[in-house]
Design a protein around this ligand. Structure first.
Ligand code: FAD
Ligand code: DHB
Length: 409
């Protein structure tokens, strides 16, 4: 098989890239190891930055998003048993976030790609990327029937998530990784129960730790709480989950959790991770294959989409004019913003989660930090600016500043 861009992974990053390339007449093949049903049903992120929504709408993918997405102009913090609201609209100069499930974004883009006869090879695994240092790279794939084939292309996009094969294609002498694994995980549920608050609520309880009350609609709650990373789902029968959430919500300002049938349950490990550089010759990493953030702060999918908002115009410029300037600058351009978003996600995680072996003093400091955040305009503005989404970095990196390892042939 032959195409202009071979894209590994049909997550939000790979799908959005194939759609944007198609709009400019550029051919791609998306290779996805899972089935279409699986990727469309995978429950994950839910909070979209304004920049992500604007990019989807501009690309003609906004029909359901604009109809069903819930606009949130506020965010709540509950600590010391009381609620405190940050007015995102006021603090960020009229910006907001939109609650719309990641699986819906994925579904919308797959529908658009299918309508345009786009090529997505489901249940096909990318096994190896070959010849990345030549002008004609190839991707070796295996279909669900065990058939081996090669896709020959000009550029490769590694959008295959944290466990994919793209990142390891970069020689180990060049690839540098930075990682922090947190000593807790998130237990997340989707429940058929109306949300108690009408905006996302981060909860901190000095003894019991973090919980998050989010939603997917006016009748579906998406709830999370920190748990021990070694715990299994079997350790958490439904009643224990509701009881523990209730304890984290206790306080003088009462709020009553509505219990309902739990439709989905999962435990997610928490890590911060960055791979540098994000490109090597004709391979370009985007999304979770290049970086992971802990979910506190709701940045993972937004960061994946931001990479594509830089990568797609760079690839389009290359195919239209032959210029490699934007592709050569891709890694540096993205990494500046990636590190700022890593910093935000790490800081919100540290501010709201209990760590093992802390003293009472450490936990009171966390409450004081939250008190400052919700009572100081300066602190609130900093949070709001990051939560609604930092602007994309300018791609005009000077030649002298460019990382020579990322330059194409
Ligand atoms: P992925 O979605 O991981 O897609 C990669 C794809 O590549 C997968 O479909 C995989 O099957 C495929 N693949 C892997 N290896 C191969 C191979 N060898 N061959 C072929 N295909 C392959 N982010 C937010 O922005 N906001 C939130 O509110 C938020 N909440 C989250 C809550 C939870 C519980 C979790 C787990 C994550 C959350 N995130 C959030 C993070 C977000 O879901 C991810 O950052 C996002 O999915 C990254 O998209 P991606 O396209 O880079 O990777
Ligand atoms: C979700 C919301 C958040 O604010 C967050 O930090 C992580 C996840 C959600 O709705 O899934």
């Amino acid at each position: 098989m032959q195409t202009q861009v071979a894209i590994l992974g049909a997550g939000p990053a790979g799908l959005f890239l194939s759609h944007l390339l198609h709009l400019q007449g550029i051919d791609s093949i998306v290779i996805e190891s899972r089935s279409r049903d699986y990727v469309e049903g995978r429950l994950r992120a839910g909070v979209l930055e304004k920049g992500t929504v604007d990019a989807l709408v501009e690309a003609g993918l906004g029909e359901s998003l604009l109809r069903e997405g819930l606009r949130h102009k506020e965010i709540n913090f509950r600590f010391g048993g009381r609620n405190h609201t940050l007015d995102l609209d006021d603090l960020s100069g009229g910006r907001y976030v939109t609650v719309y499930g990641q699986q819906k974004v994925v579904k919308d883009i797959i529908a658009a790609r299918m309508a345009a006869q786009g090529k997505i090879l489901f249940e096909t695994k990318a096994e190896e990327i070959l010849g990345i240092e030549t002008t004609n790279p190839r991707v070796r794939i295996v279909t669900k029937n065990g058939e081996q084939q090669e896709i020959s292309c000009e550029l490769v996009a590694g959008c295959d998530g944290f466990h994919g094969i793209s990142r390891e294609t970069i020689p180990s002498s060049i690839l540098k990784t930075f990682e922090r694994v947190y000593p807790f995980a998130w237990l997340g549920i989707l429940a058929e129960a109306p949300p108690i608050f009408n905006c996302v609520t981060n909860v901190y309880h000095e003894e019991r730790g973090f919980a998050l009350l989010s939603m997917r609609s006016r009748t579906l709650s998406r709830l999370y709480m920190q748990c021990d990373p070694n715990e299994k789902l079997e350790d958490w029968p439904d009643e224990r989950i509701w009881d523990e959430l209730e304890r984290r919500l206790e306080g003088t300002e009462k709020c009553t959790l509505v219990r309902g049938p739990i439709l989905n349950k999962g435990i997610t490990p928490m890590r911060s991770f960055v791979a540098e550089p994000m490109s090597y010759r004709r391979l370009f990493l985007a999304g979770d294959s290049a970086h992971i953030v802990p979910p506190t702060g709701a940045k993972g999918m937004n960061l994946a989409m931001a990479d594509i908002r830089v990568l797609a115009p760079a690839m389009i410029d290359y195919f239209k004019t032959g210029a490699t300037r934007l592709l050569d600058a891709y890694s540096d351009t993205c990494l500046r913003r990636v590190w700022k978003v890593e910093r935000f996600s790490w800081s919100v995680t540290s501010m709201t989660h209990n760590f093992p072996e802390e003293s009472r003093f450490d936990r009171r400091m966390r409450s004081a930090t939250l008190d400052y955040l919700t009572s100081s305009k300066a602190s609130g503005t900093t949070f709001a600016e990051n939560f609604v989404g930092l602007p994309l970095e300018n791609s005009e990196v000077q030649d002298s500043e460019r990382d020579p390892r990322t330059v194409m042939l």
